[in-house]
Design a protein around this ligand. Structure first.
Ligand SMILES: Cc1cc2nc3c(=O)[nH]c(=O)nc-3n(C[C@H](O)[C@H](O)[C@H](O)COP(=O)(O)O)c2cc1C
Length: 173
């Protein structure tokens, strides 16, 4: 089985989650940073995970572009979404808008994976905004292990399902 993890990130939380997932997933796993690498061919994979983070009320434009471009290839495969954001309630309210209705509705799993704030990577305005809006004043990291565990569990279940359907169709022949 081959799994693709395609993600966008601004300061690295989503990359960290993608790397953690890649170590924990069974089978062959490719990780692609959509902001730095060529858009991968979704058709070459059995299972796809797409990760993004929220900035100023939207996700990375590279992730939106990828979802838009690959929509028809994605919806015929088992795929899941994971997202980093300062506020899980905001994600709950707006996830569908960020990724688009079809992609959201047909995803088999959608997980909130937490957040981090690294003030050394923010500019003056970002620091001021985070202090005011998120009420965070120092570097903080809160990865949501439950969300990551759910993604790993889901991939294992899909692998079992796909292996079983291959075995069933071989037996029928
Ligand atoms: C400048 C800035 C703007 C942000 N805007 C939002 C936002 O609109 N909604 C939200 O839920 N989180 C927001 N966040 C929190 C980020 O989603 C969070 O820091 C996340 O961990 C970033 O992931 P990344 O490092 O993978 O890009 C913002 C963070 C920063 C620094």
């Amino acid at each position: 089985m081959k799994t693709l993890i395609a993600f966008g990130t601004k300061y690295g939380t989503t990359r960290k989650a993608a790397e953690e997932l890649s170590k924990r997933l069974p089978g062959e796993v490719d990780i692609v940073n959509l902001k730095e690498e060529k858009s991968p061919d979704v058709c070459a994979y059995d299972i796809i995970l797409i990760g993004a983070s929220v900035y100023g009320g939207n996700i990375q434009k590279e992730v939106r572009g990828f979802l838009d471009q690959e929509k028809h290839n994605l919806i015929v495969k088992p795929y899941g979404l994971f997202i980093a954001a300062g506020n899980d309630l905001e994600v709950e309210r707006n996830y569908r808008v960020y990724v688009g209705k079809t992609i959201y509705d047909q995803a088999e799993i959608r997980e909130y994976i937490g957040y981090s704030y690294d003030f050394s990577k923010m500019n003056f305005f970002e620091k001021a905004m985070i202090k005011k809006v998120a009420k965070v004043t120092e570097n903080t990291e809160k990865l949501n292990q439950e969300g990551l565990n759910n993604v790993v569990q889901w991939v294992k279940e899909v692998e079992n399902r796909l292996n079983k359907s291959t075995a069933d169709s071989t037996a029928e022949q």
